[in-house]
Design a protein around this ligand. Structure first.
Ligand SMILES: [Zn+2]
Ligand SMILES: [Zn+2]
Length: 166
């Protein structure tokens, strides 16, 4: 969806509100995908010298746990606000995806904000123990592998570290 920011800055006297779906199901987010279009609310309010924009995004992401590779689904719900001055439209470093006509691409903005919001490394749980390096099974499932003998020095150092931390 497009929002004509230039026209809003030039003439709006009352707030503008819109609910829209940003269909980013085909977009490449790196480590995850969106299962369904993100549900978004957008509000623009005139201020004394410009406009205040508010974007609310609700999206469900699908990914694999970075440690155990189990599929995971997480819901993200967040808000962003932006204070806009008319001169921002002429600024080549303007943070919002805005074309030469002064229209903001709201779907692109939602994409950008999701990239910021969702961590690059996703885990099924904060204490996921990952996979056993020997048998490849989930450690939480209780494999019976013993660490290899040549791993012992590392374990010794780790146990000293644990003592220091406790
Ligand atoms: Zn995991
Ligand atoms: Zn194992």
């Amino acid at each position: 969806m497009q929002f004509d920011l230039r026209a809003f800055l030039e003439g709006a006297r009352k707030p503008y509100e819109a609910h829209f779906q940003a269909d980013l199901t085909q977009s490449d987010f790196g480590g995850y995908t969106l299962a369904a279009p993100a549900e978004c609310d957008f509000t623009a309010t005139p201020t004394d010298d410009g406009a205040a924009l508010l974007l609310c995004v609700k999206a469900q992401i699908h990914a694999e746990c970075a440690r155990c590779l189990e599929p995971l689904t997480q819901e993200y719900c967040f808000e962003r606000d932006y204070l806009i001055l008319p001169r921002d439209l002429e600024d080549p470093d303007f943070e919002l995806p805005c074309n030469e006509q002064g229209c903001i691409d709201l779907d692109e903005l939602v994409y950008q904000e999701l990239i910021f919001e969702v961590p690059a490394v996703l885990l099924c749980s904060a204490d996921c123990q990952g996979l056993c390096p020997i048998c490849g099974k989930k450690k939480a499932a209780g494999c019976t592998c013993k660490p290899a003998a040549d791993a012992a020095p590392v374990d010794a150092r780790l146990s000293i570290l644990k003592q220091l931390l406790s």
